[in-house]
Structure formats: C-alpha cells, structure tokens
Write a protein that binds this ligand. Structure first.
Ligand SMILES: O=C1N[C@]2(CO1)C[C@H](C(=O)N1CCC(COc3ccc(F)cc3Cl)CC1)C2
Length: 304
C-alpha cells in the first residue's frame, strides 16, 4: 500500500514507476531501465547508451543480436529522455549522464560480479560512453561507438554559433537552437518515419543550455582521448551531418588502445544501426565478430 496521501510516481507517459523497471538516481529521479536477457546463462554484459532526444528502446534490434551471443544487455533512458523523469532534454551539467551511467554500472556489477562488461554508445551516447569508460577503465573489456559525438559537426556548431550559444546561455538558456532534422538521422526512409512518429523521441528544439553542455562534453572527450587504453570498435558514415566524422578520425589517431578499429561507411548518414539494410547488417556483423574475438570462441546459441 502507498503511504497515506502519497500518489505513486508516474513516468512522463503517465505510467506508475511501480510497473516499470527503474532505478533512482542521485537526484531522486526515476530512471527507466531496460534489460534484454539471453535464454542461457550470460557470458558477458553489454551496456547500451542512447543519444540526444531518443531513448533506449530504440536499441531493441541491436540488443536481440547481442542476446543471441549470450550477452545480457542493459540500458536506461537518460534523465529528461524517454520514460525517465526530468524536464525534456534539459541538463545543467553533462556529467550527470555519466554519474547515472556509473550508478547503473555498479548495480549490474553487483548482480553479475564475474562477467566481462562492454559498452556501446551512439552519438551523444558515444560521448557519455567515452567519459564513463574514462572514469572506470578497469570495468570495461571493450567499447563500441556508432558515430560518436567527439567533435561537433560544423553545421551545428560553427564558431559563431558556439560563441553565440555561450553568450546566450547567460541570458536566454532556454532559447531553442532548432530541432534535429530527422532526414539527417538515416537514408532509410522507414527509419526516418519511425524516428519522426516515435512518441518517446523528443522532437522539440534543442535548448541553448543543452547545446552548451554538448560542447562541454566534446572538450571533456578530447581531454580524455590521449589516456584512453580500452579496446575500441568505431563506426562512422562519410555523409554524417549530425556528428562530424573527423571526430572519429581524431579519436582513432589519439587513443593509446592497442586494439582500435574504425569502419567508415561511404555515403552513410548518422544512425548506422538504423541505416540502409546493407550498412546496418554490416555494422551488426562487425560487432558480432569483434565481440566473439574479444570473448574467445563462438559461445553463440547455435552449436557449430
Ligand atoms: O538515432 C538517433 N540518433 C540521434 C537521434 O536519433 C542523433 C542524436 C544525438 O545524440 N546527436 C545529434 C545532434 C547533435 C547536436 O550537436 C550539437 C548541437 C548544438 C550545439 F551547440 C553543439 C552540439 Cl555538439 C548531438 C548528438 C541521437
């Protein structure tokens, strides 16, 4: 029974959190979490980190591929996103995303203390992933990045816009910089349609204050790269207009990891895991073989 007079906390969609898997972050906010479990006992954990304005349930396809490899996949909606609490796409310090990531990581390490852990981040989620691994390098066996935010794209952050954003942040932090153009997300029309019609995706404008936090993130990422040693598998499309492919080239040239691979997809847009079939199937195959090689041996459900 709920204590006298208190109503159950509801998700932004009006669902009681008692009915949703979630954890409570350091600010007391309900963070919607998601788990995809393999049929057999898991041989490793994969922590998926979503990007700006979207949510973790958009990673169902990737999660299915991974559970078939006997990975237990877990993720959550960042504060201000999807089914988690918090004003939509509003953050006063980018590190909050990293802090909440580490809390979820520690919850899962407690439950599965002996399993290797990998992380996969897309776009802004790539920046969050890089900064999470940078804080806990010994906790991760590898990092997969799908068009990560390392350098802001010249479109979204011209030097004037950067200057204006930082100045405006003091006077009009809630001014909108405009919303993400769905046609930049993918060449796959069905995926653009899915993105545009997804009620859990935030389609409002990006606040100046959020843009400034993203710029903070890119400078923190650039400072972290020279000390980065975890194995990395990177993917980027040459026609990505949302996150500059130069960021992935800078990353692959700067990190100290012995194992580092960058796969470039000619002509591809931003969300490579939701691109034209030949791109997305190639990305999933590359991820599968990279993980199998990291874990040594097949271990997939079909016995060969
Ligand atoms: O499938 C997917 N992918 C998504 C959506 O759905 C793309 C989105 C995502 O994370 N980003 C795309 C937009 C980009 C804007 O960047 C800025 C804007 C203003 C500014 F001042 C400084 C920067 Cl850096 C950040 C990263 C996740």
């Amino acid at each position: 029974m709920m204590p006298e007079g208190s109503t159950p906390a509801l998700s932004p969609q009006g669902v009681p959190y008692t009915e949703l898997s979630h954890y409570i972050n350091a600010d007391g906010q309900h963070i919607f979490s998601r788990y995809w479990k393999p049929s057999g006992s898991p041989r490793a954990l994969m922590f998926i980190v979503h990007g700006a304005g979207e949510h973790c349930c958009r990673y169902d396809d990737l999660a299915q591929i991974l559970t078939a490899l006997n990975f237990l996949v877990f993720s959550h909606d960042h504060v201000g996103h999807g089914q988690s609490e918090g004003e939509r796409m509003t953050i006063h310090d980018f590190h909050i995303f990293v802090r909440d990531n580490i809390q979820h990581l520690d919850l899962m390490k407690k439950q599965y203390p002996d399993l290797p852990i990998f992380m996969c981040g897309h776009s802004m989620g790539g920046a969050i992933a890089i900064l999470t691994v940078d804080e806990r390098p010994d906790d991760f066996s590898g990092l997969i990045l799908i068009s990560p935010l390392v350098l802001p794209s010249p479109q979204s952050a011209t030097s004037f816009k950067v200057f204006a954003a930082k100045l405006l942040n003091y006077v009009l932090p809630n001014l909108s910089l405009g919303s993400i153009d769905p046609s930049f997300v993918s060449r796959n029309k069905k995926e653009v349609e899915a993105y545009t019609t997804d009620p859990l995706v935030y389609h409002g404008g990006m606040k100046v204050s959020f843009g400034v936090q993203l710029l903070n993130a890119t400078s923190r990422v650039e400072k972290a790269l020279p000390l980065f040693k975890v194995p990395v598998l990177l993917f980027h499309g040459t026609l990505d207009k949302l996150c500059d492919i130069r960021g992935s080239h800078v990353m692959i040239d700067t990190i100290q990891s012995e194992e580092k691979t960058l796969k470039v997809y000619e002509g591809a847009f931003h969300a490579l895991h939701k691109e034209l079939p030949e791109v997305t199937s190639s990305v999933f195959q590359e991820i599968e073989s990279w993980l199998q090689q990291k874990l040594g041996g097949t271990g997939s459900s079909n016995i060969v």
